[in-house]
Design a protein around this ligand. Structure first.
Ligand SMILES: Nc1nc2c(c(=O)[nH]1)N[C@H]1C(S)=C(S)[C@@H](COP(=O)(O)O)O[C@H]1N2
Ligand SMILES: [Mo]
Length: 221
């Protein structure tokens, strides 16, 4: 951990930035349009794949509010975001009863309406800090940041925090997901697991060079 300009402790290689819509370049122009009654499709290594009404799923669990930082692998960190929603862990308990995941299903792929997907180790996803969030900064989550619901996994790089969640797939093996080789199977910020290739610090320089181009794509209307 190192001190950021504001004297705040930041993870290695990160610099503070304002939150703005961001993601993989190929999703910059894809605009998710959630339906009036969104559902979540639950499949994979399960006995009873199904679809669940998102409002029912969110309404069935105790709500939590959390302050946390979003650390993008490209070296920017949006600090002190206030998310509200339900714990992924609680949702998983409900889903486990409904769909019956295999005991060996130790990974979970989460997909967004834009087609983006990321895979988390199930025990990382079950950490109590991991939320399915539907509110940010005291307001309903907007389309820019993942409406109707997004995953928020503060200990992992932002590429695991899938926006516009529409599907959950239980898996026996890791799925490289949309970011493929650029991502790390676990993506823990504290260990600088930016990618499965090259040590984390090497990526700082690569991403700092590419970041302005990706930002420009996302800032276009
Ligand atoms: N559906 C979806 N979720 C996504 C992405 C994406 O392109 N599509 N990009 C990821 C990446 S790389 C980051 S850093 C964060 C950015 O979140 P923000 O747009 O709220 O800043 O979303 C993550 N979740
Ligand atoms: Mo990111």
């Amino acid at each position: 951990m190192s001190d950021g300009p504001a004297g705040r402790r930041l993870p290695p290689g990160q610099a503070p930035a304002a939150l703005r819509r961001f993601g993989l370049p190929q999703y910059a122009r894809v605009r998710a349009q959630p339906p009036a009654r969104p559902v979540v499709t639950v499949t994979g290594a399960v006995a009873r794949p199904t679809q669940i009404d998102l409002a029912d799923l969110m309404g069935a669990h105790r709500r939590h509010a959390r302050r946390g930082d979003l650390h993008c692998v490209t070296t920017w960190s949006a600090l002190d975001l206030r998310w509200e929603g339900v714990r992924f862990r609680d949702v998983h308990d409900t889903l486990a009863t409904r769909v019956g995941p295999a005991r060996s299903a130790n990974w979970v792929t989460v997909t967004g309406l834009d087609g983006y997907r990321a895979c988390l180790r199930l025990d990382d996803a079950l950490h109590p800090d991991v939320l399915l969030a539907d509110r940010l900064a005291g307001a309903p989550l907007g389309l820019a940041h993942g409406a109707p619901v997004r995953l928020v996994a503060p200990a992992l790089y932002g590429y695991k925090s899938v926006k516009h969640v529409c599907a959950i797939e239980y898996r026996r093996d890791y799925d490289p997901g949309s970011a493929r080789w650029a991502a790390h199977p676990r993506g823990r910020v504290a260990h600088e697991e930016r990618s499965r290739h090259l040590p984390g610090p090497a990526w700082r320089f690569i991403w700092r060079t590419l970041l302005p181009r990706v930002r420009r794509l996302y800032d276009e209307r």
